[in-house]
Structure formats: C-alpha cells, structure tokens
Write a protein that binds this ligand. Structure first.
Ligand SMILES: [Zn+2]
Ligand SMILES: [Zn+2]
Length: 377
C-alpha cells in the first residue's frame, strides 16, 4: 500500500465521517494552490484530495480498509491520479464558502423607506399640544395590480432562463477539474419570475405616488427638532411590501415676546426709573391670557420676576416650566429744565448730590441684585 490516507488527513483509523470531513476542510483551506502555489504544497493538496475521496466514500473506504487501493482499481492508467473520479467538488466549495450561503430567488417584496416632513408650529401649540392636518406625498400600493406589478388578468411567470432559481451557474474547467460560479439571473434580475405584461398604472413597481391628508396629534412639550414617529405611514415598499415609518419633525416658529429655553420662557420688560422706584403693574399677554406683572417698589435693573407654571408643558411627566420676566430700568435722559430741577431736589433730599459710587471687585453688583431677587427685593 503506497499511501496511508488516514495519516495524510491526520485522523485516527476509527475517525467518523464528521471528523474526516473537518480535517479535509481544514487542510483544503490551508493547502489550496490559490493560497499556496508552491509545487510541494500542490502535491500535498492532491494527496489530501485523494485521501478524502477514498475515506469519505463508504464503498471506497471499505476497499481501502481491507488492503486494496480503490483509486487504482477504478482508474486504470491514471491510478492514484488526481483528476480521475474527482467527486468531491462541492466539499471543496463548502470548505471555502461555507454551507450556510443563502441560495434561491430574492423576493420582489421589500419594506418601504421611511419618510420625513417638517412641520412649523407656534409656541402655544408646542406648549399645549395640538392636532394638525398634514399633506403627505408618499408611495402607496397600486390599486390596479394590488402591488403585484402584473397587468390585470396576467400574472408573473417563472423565469425560463434560471427556472425560478434566480441565479445562473457557469462551469469552467480548471486544474481542479471544474469551477462553478453563480450569479444573479440576468433575465429576471434574481427574482426567479418575470412579469411579461407590467401593470400600466405603476409600470410593474407595484406602487404609485399619492397625496393624502393625515391628521397628526402633536403632544404638548415638543421642541425644535422633536421627531414624531408615525409607524407605517411612510413609503410603501416595492412589490406591495410593508410601508416604512413617517417622521414629523417639529420646527417651532419664533414668538414676538417670548424666548424658549428648555421648558421655561423668558422675556424682558423695560420700565422707567420712576416706576422701578415707585412700583407699577404691567399687563402681559402670556400663553394663558392677560396677566398683570407686579413690579414692586424699588425694583432694580436686572432683577427678574418669575411666573411659576406659565411656561411650556413638560413633554414627559406633568407640570410646566416657568415664565421669567427680566426687568430693565430705563434711566431718564433729555431732561427739560423742570424735570432736572425736580431730580436735583430729590438728590438733595436723599443726600445724593455728590455720590462717589461704591466700588467692589468683580461683578458684585450683579450678584447682589440676584441675591435681592431671591430675597424678594
Ligand atoms: Zn400596478
Ligand atoms: Zn431568471
């Protein structure tokens, strides 16, 4: 006996078929001439192929185990030769490409794409929520062919080029014997079926564009950039596939009075110096209607007046942000003679005729004003 096939594959004499197959695959990957063109390696590659051909075939294995040489007994002149009776082509392919390769025609039906539209809303709509009618332009299932893509009265037919497999194989000869390659069928683009008479409405796509009105509920608390997902309201897929989702992206329009920061609203009220000193009430159109802002006597410029729960509703969980009114005190200028006289009298009464100012490091003044604000003064 010339060759110990078990030794060639590196397996024990009592190895099972699984073990033999595994050993062969490992060696085939390692020694394949494409990977390792060295002539010695190629010799070795032929050996493992011969060994596997014998040991993987129960009949040949039995002949071999009894002391015969199944390759010489069947092949004649080419005894032990490589090309003769080379029947393990698929195993070599498996070794290289794995068995789990997905085969067969691909489906004409696919999920549709998501769509997005922008929606401009006013601040009060964002604060309290609203309902909007949107014009939506998306692909919908073709009513003429119900998404099948075939003209009424006709149907898709099995592709005669690939016989429904969706792929065509080509066999070429090489030193291995034969190499088989597969590619998507050019006649049916891999679908396995052809539509001889496409639907005139959708040209075979199974869907058409359509404009429809969609009523969307906008929850309270949405902000610039908030996206509302409407499941299944996007584009219908090809071949009547399920629709993607529709996203409505919120864009909040600027408000003439309020600036939004998070769920709080901010605005500035300017009042004359006299009003800041004597106190006043300023009417303000809030999101909840007219309210009187109470400017207490002695209010300083930069102080802020919070109106609790007058901001935007929190998107998650109840409650609302605040409305914060910042006070800016206007110093009177362009005084006429009478006004100037009055102010000088006031300064005299208050002992403020020659104030030298009160200097502090940094921005103490601002901090003390904030402190005043917290202390309610
Ligand atoms: Zn159609
Ligand atoms: Zn085909």
């Amino acid at each position: 006996m010339a060759t110990d096939y078990y030794a060639v594959l590196g397996v024990r004499r009592d190895a099972g078929q699984d073990e033999i197959k595994k050993a062969f695959r490992r060696l085939a990957r390692e020694l394949h001439p494409d990977v390792n063109p060295d002539p010695k390696t190629q010799e070795r590659f032929k050996e493992i192929n011969a060994a596997y051909e014998v040991l993987s075939d129960p009949a040949k294995k039995q002949v071999y185990d009894l002391g015969g040489d199944p390759l010489s007994s069947q092949g004649g002149a080419g005894a032990g030769g490589f090309g003769a009776g080379f029947g393990n082509f698929s195993d070599i392919m498996d070794a290289f490409f794995g068995q789990s390769q997905q085969r067969g025609p691909r489906s004409r039906t696919r999920r549709g794409q998501d769509a997005m539209i922008r929606l401009d809303i006013e601040l009060d709509e964002a604060a309290f929520g609203t309902t909007k009618d949107l014009q939506v332009d998306t692909a919908v299932t073709c009513g003429t062919c119900s998404g099948e893509g075939a003209a009424p009265g006709t149907a898709a037919q099995t592709c005669d080029m690939c016989r429904g497999r969706g792929e065509v194989s080509q066999v070429t000869r090489s030193f291995l014997g034969q190499v088989m390659t597969s590619r998507p069928c050019p006649q049916c683009q891999g679908f396995g079926t052809v539509v001889p008479t496409p639907c005139p409405e959708c040209a075979g796509d199974g869907r058409v564009r359509s404009r429809r009105t969609l009523t969307v509920k906008i929850p309270a608390g949405v902000d610039n950039g908030t996206r509302i997902q409407l499941a299944g309201e996007g584009e219908v897929g090809p071949g009547g596939g399920p629709a993607g989702d529709l996203y409505v992206e919120i864009r909040e329009l600027p408000h003439p009075t309020f600036q939004r920061r998070g769920d709080d609203l901010h605005c500035t009220v300017t009042i004359p110096m006299t009003a800041a000193s004597l106190g006043t009430k300023c009417p303000l159109e809030t999101l909840d209607g007219m309210e009187e802002i109470d400017v207490r006597p002695g209010t300083q410029s930069g102080q802020s007046i919070p109106l609790h729960q007058r901001g935007v509703t929190h998107l998650r969980g109840g409650g609302r942000g605040d409305l914060i009114v910042h006070v800016e005190v206007i110093t009177p200028n362009k005084l006429d003679a009478a006004q100037e006289d009055l102010l000088r009298q006031l300064a005299k009464l208050r002992g403020e005729e020659r104030p030298t100012g009160h200097f502090q490091p940094g921005q103490q003044g601002l901090f003390s004003r904030l402190k005043d604000a917290f202390n309610g003064r």
